[in-house]
Design a protein around this ligand. Sequence first.
Ligand SMILES: Cc1ncc(COP(=O)(O)O)c(C=O)c1O
Length: 362
Amino acid sequence: MVFERMPLEIWFDTYQFEVDYDIGESGMKFQTVRELDLDLNEVELRYGYHIGHPDLRQIIANQYQGRGAENVAVTTGASEGNFCVIAHLVNPKDNIIVEHPTYPSLYQVPRSLERDLTLFKLKWEDGFTPNLDELRKAVKPNTKLITLTHPNNPTGSVLSESTLKEAIEIAEDAGAYLMVDETYRDLMFDKPPPLAATLSDRAISLTSMSKTWGLPGIRIGWVVADTPIIEAVRAIREQVTICNSSLGESIAKAVLENQEKVLAKLREAMLANYDIVKEWMDGQEWLEWIEPRSGVVCAPRLRNGKATDKLCELLVKKYRTFTVPGSRMELDGHFRLGFGGEQEELIQGLKQLEKALRELYG
Ligand SMILES: Cc1ncc(COP(=O)(O)O)c(C=O)c1O
């Protein structure tokens, strides 16, 4: 078993603090403790409940019709939830099918654990939406878990309700589970499909406070699933993190208690930023894209078919602007553009991107 660093995270660790304009992040603007305006003075910095404070689990469960607190495990971001579900469900000889592209740990964890991994590719020709005939064909007798990520990082493609239900059927027919990474679901441009875990005991929802809420620093995410899976998550994390940060849980609880009010503002900011990116892309001679259907990321590519590493390196080193080369997410020829940040930073970042494109290809 070999745990190697992920190229995406190496890129972040190297450059994310070295820029003036960040148009590569995958979430909404990071919030400060001051902006949240919470009184955290009485939070006891003790060990917590191992799968999350019961009040927090209940607030989360309220969003999942037909599910209770016993179906919720609060984890150290979606990352830990992903690790626990894979480690529990996919045994050494089992197969896992992971939709690709996606956030790399979804496929890197099975690689590290040396599981039989099948990548189920989203294609440009299909608008990066899943082709379920191909998913059905990819299923093997030893398939135990299928994962999908929608709204997708980095393409911004979405899952319709009928596709979600059919994907669950495919998993059920195979005696497997379907896990949907719903990290961007609160950032749908239109009405979202149902939460996966509300549809079947064979369906698992995975999500996070990191993206919509701009709170990756609190490291809070969760898994909603049938209770044996929740118990397995508890066992695994007792050997790794034991419990969540008590400050992180307090902040998550306060934010989720107020979510309706805050969500409306976040969605407004997202849609306004999207209009800016769309207008900019419409005028682009060097780039083309599949328009994202939701979320705050998209994956344009160079019309000349070249790799984007040179572009992203020039951008970060000379123009102090952060994007993500597609090679870091195994999507060569594309790069990730994020539009969840401050509007002015986005506008300036796009100007820098234009300069870099002109320098290389003008
Ligand atoms: C789709 C998706 N899932 C999971 C994660 C991990 O998020 P976290 O561990 O911060 O919750 C990310 C981060 O970029 C992501 O984009």
